[in-house]
Design a protein around this ligand. Structure first.
Ligand code: SF4
Ligand code: MSK
Length: 650
C-alpha cells in the first residue's frame, strides 16, 4: 500500500517512503503481507491443550459456516470467553508487574536503599497513606513510606479481603461489586485464578468465566495500575501542566539523540537526570555533538513528558520510523510494546538498541541490566554508549521537519486545582458546566495504534467529532500522542475544534479541550476523575450515571482489553474499533455488548467507523443526560467579561 494511504501523520508517511527506498521492512509492510487468521481473530480457536488446536467455527470449502465443539466438548461460547479472559489476565499482568516494580523501588527508598530515587511529593504520600488506612499522626515521612511500601507490595500477594484502593470508588459502586462478588482479593491471585479457570476442563460456563474477567480487570484498574500511578507520583512528582513538543521533528541532527521506549519510568527518570550530568555532556561535546537530546516513544515517553516536558518522538507505529531517520544514536527499551523488528531496523542504520529489563531481552541486542540500586550510574553508562555512537552515523540523518506544540501533565489532582484553585480545589465548575450543558459530556479516548487501521486516523476523526459536539476528551497512551500531533492538545484547539459551549469553558479556564492524563497505567487517573465527578454531586451516585463513555479506536494490545473491561466493570460504556476478539460468537457478544450492563451498568461495543463510534458515544451521553434530567435544550449564551469572570471564580 502507498505510504500516504497508511497514515495521516506526515512524518510517518515521509519515513515510510524513506524506509521503502532504504529497503527497510516495517510493521506496515508486514501487516500487508500477513493477513489475520479469520478463525483466531474471531475468538473461535482454542489451543490450550494438545488435543487441539480446535477451530470451532469456520467456513467449509463450500462456504458454509460450520460450528462444532472442541475435542473435549468445549462450546464456542466457552472458548471465546476463555480467550477473552486470558487477554484480560495478560493485560492486567503487564500493568500490575509494572506496579510491582514501582512498589519495590518505593519500598527500597523507604528503607534508605533507593539509590538516587527519593520521595518528591509529600502531599501525595499523605494522601496514599490515608487511602491505605494508615494512621498518619506523629509519624515520620520515612515511617509512613515504610508502611505504604509494605502495604503496596502486599496488595499483589494478598489472599483474602479486598484491595485497598477499591475504597476510593463511589460507595454505590463498591456495594454493587460486593453484591456481584467481583471485588479483587489480591492482584496476583486474580490473575493466577484466571489462568487456572481457563485451563482445559475447568470453568466451562461462559458467564462465570467472564465474571472472573470483571474481577481480574478490577485488580488491574483499581489495583496494579493505580498502585503504579500513585507511587510513581510520590517518587517522581505528580504531574502539572507543562509545554512540550511532539513528532519526529523533535530529533535533532547535531545532537546525540537518545530515544527511550517502553513503559516504566524507573529507567527513563534516571536517563533524564543523567542527561544533565556534566561528565556526560563533556563526552558528548568531545564526540562532536552539540548536546544530548532525549525523546520518547510509547508510554515511557508519556511518563517523562508528564513530569519533565521531555518531547515525544512518536507513538507505537513510529518506533521503527524513528530509527529510519538515521538520527537515533541509541534506543533504550524497558518493557511492553517493543517490536522485535527493532533489532533488524537498528542494524540497517547505526542505532545502538539496548534492552534494560531482565524481563525483556531481545536476541542479538545489547543488554545492559538496569541496576535499581545504582540507577544514575546505569543511566550514565547507557548515555556513554549513545555518545560513543554519534560519530558512527552511516549517512546524514533525514529528520522530518514536523513537530507540534502540546500541553500535557493533567493529573486528577491538577484538574482539581485548575478548576477550583489551590485553596478550593474542586470539580464543582466542571460538574456545573456539564449540568448546564456547556459541556455535553466526557469521553476517555485511549489506546494504541494498529497497522490494520490508517495510522492515527480513527483517533483524530473520533476526537474531532466529539469536540465539535461539546464533549471534553480525556486521554492517555498512544491516542493522546495522535491528538497531540494533530494539534489538539493546545489551548487554541478549543476555539478551532470545540463546540461553542466547550470552547467557552476551555478558554475561560485556559485548558485544551483534549486533556492528556498520561500513560496506559494512568487510565487509573481517568477512574479517579470519574469518581471525583460523582463525589462532587449533581451527576448521579455512581460512575454509570455520568454522561461519559470510553473508546479505544485503534487498539492492539491485550492491555487495552484489560483497561476496557475495568472501565466496563466500573460502569462505563466502552467502544473498541479496529477489531473485536469475540466477534465470531453471538452468545458472548450478546453478553458483553448488552446483558453485562444489567450487572455493572457499563457495557462494551464494537464499531470500527470512528464517525459512527462518535455517534454511539453522543447517543449514550444524551441518554444519561436524560436520566439525570439535565437534557433541557442547552443554552447558547454569548459571554461578556463579567460572565467569564464569574465562571472562572465558580
Ligand atoms: Fe480443543 Fe478442548 Fe483442548 Fe481447547 S481444551 S484445544 S477445545 S480439546
Ligand atoms: S504504549 S499499550 S501501544 S497505548 Fe502504552 Fe501505546 Fe497501546 Fe502500547
Amino acid at each position: 500500500m502507498e505510504p500516504k494511504k497508511r497514515s495521516i501523520c506526515p512524518t510517518t508517511v515521509e519515513m515510510l517512503k524513506k524506509a521503502g527506498s532504504d529497503g527497510t521492512n516495517t510493521a506496515f509492510d508486514r501487516s500487508d503481507a500477513l493477513l489475520p487468521c479469520p478463525i483466531g481473530s474471531q475468538g473461535n480457536c482454542c489451543k490450550i491443550c494438545a488435543m487441539g488446536p480446535c477451530r470451532v467455527s469456520h467456513m467449509n470449502e463450500e462456504g458454509q459456516e460450520i460450528e462444532n465443539c472442541g475435542v473435549c466438548g468445549a462450546t464456542p461460547s466457552t472458548i471465546a470467553a476463555r480467550n477473552f479472559l486470558r487477554m484480560i489476565a495478560a493485560g492486567a499482568s503487564a500493568h500490575s508487574d509494572h506496579g510491582r516494580a514501582v512498589a519495590e523501588v518505593f519500598n527500597a527508598v523507604a528503607h534508605g536503599k533507593g539509590g538516587d530515587y527519593e520521595i518528591k511529593d509529600m502531599k501525595k504520600l499523605y494522601q496514599v497513606a490515608m487511602d491505605f488506612g494508615i494512621d498518619i499522626e506523629d509519624k515520620s515521612t520515612s515511617d509512613l513510606a515504610k508502611e505504604i511500601g509494605a502495604l503496596a507490595l502486599g496488595e499483589f500477594g494478598k489472599q483474602e479481603g479486598q484491595l485497598n484502593f477499591i475504597k476510593k470508588a463511589p460507595l454505590k459502586r463498591q456495594k454493587l461489586w460486593e453484591e456481584k462478588g467481583v471485588i479483587p482479593r489480591g492482584v496476583d491471585r486474580e490473575i493466577v485464578e484466571a489462568l487456572h479457570r481457563t485451563n482445559m476442563g475447568v470453568d466451562q460456563d461462559y458467564k462465570n468465566i467472564l465474571q472472573h474477567g470483571a474481577r481480574t480487570s478490577l485488580a488491574d484498574g483499581w489495583g496494579g495500575s493505580m498502585i503504579a500511578t500513585e507511587l510513581q507520583d510520590i517518587l517522581f512528582g505528580t504531574p502539572y501542566p507543562l509545554l512540550s513538543k511532539i513528532n519526529l521533528g523533535v530529533l535533532k541532527p547535531n545532537k546525540v539523540n537518545v530515544v527511550v521506549h517502553g513503559h516504566e519510568p524507573i529507567l527513563s527518570e534516571m536517563i533524564v537526570q543523567a542527561s544533565k550530568d556534566e561528565e556526560i555532556n563533556e563526552l558528548v561535546r568531545e564526540k562532536g555533538a552539540d548536546g544530548i537530546n532525549i525523546a520518547g516513544i510509547c508510554c515511557t515517553a508519556n511518563e517523562i513528558l508528564m513530569r519533565h516536558g521531555i518531547p515525544i518522538a512518536g507513538n507505537f507505529l513510529q518506533q521503527e520510523l524513528a530509527l529510519v531517520t538515521g538520527a537515533v544514536d541509541a534506543m533504550v527499551v524497558d518493557v511492553q510494546c517493543i517490536m522485535q523488528s527493532l533489532e533488524s531496523v537498528a542494524n540497517c542504520y547505526h542505532t545502538k538498541l539496548i534492552t534494560t529489563s531482565p524481563r525483556a531481552k531481545m536476541t542479538g541486542v545489547q543488554h545492559m541490566e538496569f541496576d535499581e540500586h545504582q540507577p544514575l550510574e546505569s543511566a550514565k553508562a547507557i548515555l556513554r554508549i549513545a555518545a560513543e555512537n554519534f560519530p558512527k552515523r552511516k549517512a546524514e540523518p533525514h529528520i522530518p521537519q514536523e513537530e507540534m506544540d502540546l500541553v500535557a501533565g493533567f493529573s486528577h489532582e491538577t484538574i482539581n486545582y485548575l478548576l477550583g484553585g489551590v485553596f478550593r480545589a474542586s470539580y464543582r465548575p466542571l460538574n456545573d458546566n456539564i449540568i448546564n450543558g456547556r459541556i455535553r459530556g466526557v469521553a476517555g479516548v485511549v489506546g494504541c495504534n494498529n497497522p490494520r487501521v490508517v495510522h492515527d486516523s480513527a483517533h483524530i476523526t473520533l476526537i474531532k467529532e466529539l469536540l465539535k459536539n461539546d464533549v471534553l476528551v480525556l486521554q492517555t497512551g498512544c491516542s493522546a500522542m495522535a491528538a497531540a500531533k494533530a494539534g489538539l492538545l493546545t489551548p487554541e484547539a478549543a476555539k478551532k475544534y470545540a463546540g461553542e459551549g466547550l470552547a467557552e469553558v476551555c478558554e475561560t479556564v485556559g485548558i485544551p479541550p483534549v486533556i492528556h492524563m498520561g500513560s496506559c497505567v494512568d487510565n487509573s487517573r481517568i477512574l479517579m476523575a470519574a469518581t471525583a465527578l460523582v463525589k462532587e454531586g449533581g451527576l448521579g451516585e455512581d460512575i454509570s450515571d455520568l454522561p461519559a463513555a470510553g473508546a479505544a479506536p485503534e487498539w492492539m494490545s491485550e492491555k487495552a482489553v484489560a483497561i476496557g473491561q475495568y472501565f466496563v466493570t466500573s460502569g462505563v460504556y466502552t467502544i473498541f474499533g479496529a477489531t473485536w476478539p469475540t466477534l465470531g460468537n453471538q452468545e458472548v457478544n450478546d453478553y458483553l455488548f448488552d446483558n453485562i450492563s444489567e450487572e455493572f451498568g457499563g457495557k462494551w461495543a464494537f464499531e470500527p467507523d470512528p464517525k459512527k463510534m462518535a455517534q454511539l458515544i453522543l447517543n449514550h451521553i444524551d441518554a444519561k443526560r436524560k436520566e439525570l434530567k439535565i437534557d433541557k435544550a442547552r443554552e447558547r449564551v454569548l459571554y461578556d467579561m463579567d460572565m467569564r469572570r464569574e465562571m472562572a471564580s465558580q
